[in-house]
Design a protein around this ligand. Structure first.
Ligand code: CDP
Length: 213
């Protein structure tokens, strides 16, 4: 069973994805961490994320063991990740890892920008999770502050708007809702409410409506 979750920056895909995976006993992959790690390694080598050859080298050498790292969650790496994510060869290099992960037994929840459209067009269920830019910025600001980051709400909103624009308008695998995805707008939902709606949507899509716990 493959559940694909896509959506813009700070839409809550990660928190939701983890809880959905635990609920169904599936593995979970946050593909944003792949792009953030490629960005980290590109910068650590002294290279520019806009340099396609340098980013490709980092993607080819990526150590999947280095993904589960909270130091990847900074605004700087989010920005650099969206720059390395524009290079088609970087995306192609990361594709096999994502597809292998998705097809494991008994299944996986995998979140990102192009999961339902490019990585797993055959996913059993596709959710597109979104919220207004203001609400996403509010949540991300609180998360960053909790982690001790020095940011202002306006900086966070500006960062989200730049990344949304870049992710939606890039030539390769832009962020967009798959035609067969279900839209989940979490603007007015807290995480528990969003989780319950997601489970109802997934059960309905799987033909098991009403069996959610
Ligand atoms: O957590 P947040 O929503 O801020 O971002 P993320 O999911 O960690 O992704 C960081 C950046 O990686 C995004 O802005 C995208 O440019 C890129 N990305 C992508 O292109 N494709 C994916 N499947 C996942 C992330």
């Amino acid at each position: 069973m493959i559940i694909a979750i896509d959506g813009p920056a700070a839409s809550g895909k990660g928190t939701l994805g983890k809880r959905v995976a635990a609920h169904y006993g599936l593995a979970y992959l946050d593909t944003g961490q792949l792009y953030r790690a490629v960005a980290r390694d590109t910068l650590a080598a002294g290279d520019d994320p806009t340099d396609a050859a340098a980013a490709l080298k980092a993607a080819q050498a990526l150590n999947p063991q280095s993904l589960d790292d909270s130091s990847l969650r900074t605004p700087e790496l989010g920005e650099a990740a969206s720059l390395v994510a524009r290079h088609p060869q970087v995306r192609e290099t990361l594709r096999a890892y994502q597809r292998t992960f998705a097809h494991r037994t008994p299944g996986a929840v995998i979140d990102g920008r192009d999961i339902g459209t490019v990585i797993c067009p055959d996913a059993d269920v596709k959710l597109f999770v979104t919220a207004t830019p203001e609400e996403r910025a509010r949540r991300r600001y609180l998360e960053l502050k909790q982690n001790g980051a020095e940011v202002t709400p306006n900086e966070v909103l500006a960062d989200i708007e730049v990344r949304d624009e870049r992710d939606q308008n890039r030539a390769t695998a832009p962020l967009r809702m798959a035609e067969d995805a279900v839209l989940l707008d979490t603007t007015k939902l807290d995480i528990d409410a969003a989780f319950r709606v997601a489970i109802d949507m997934i059960d309905a899509a799987m033909g098991h409506a009403g069996q959610a716990g």
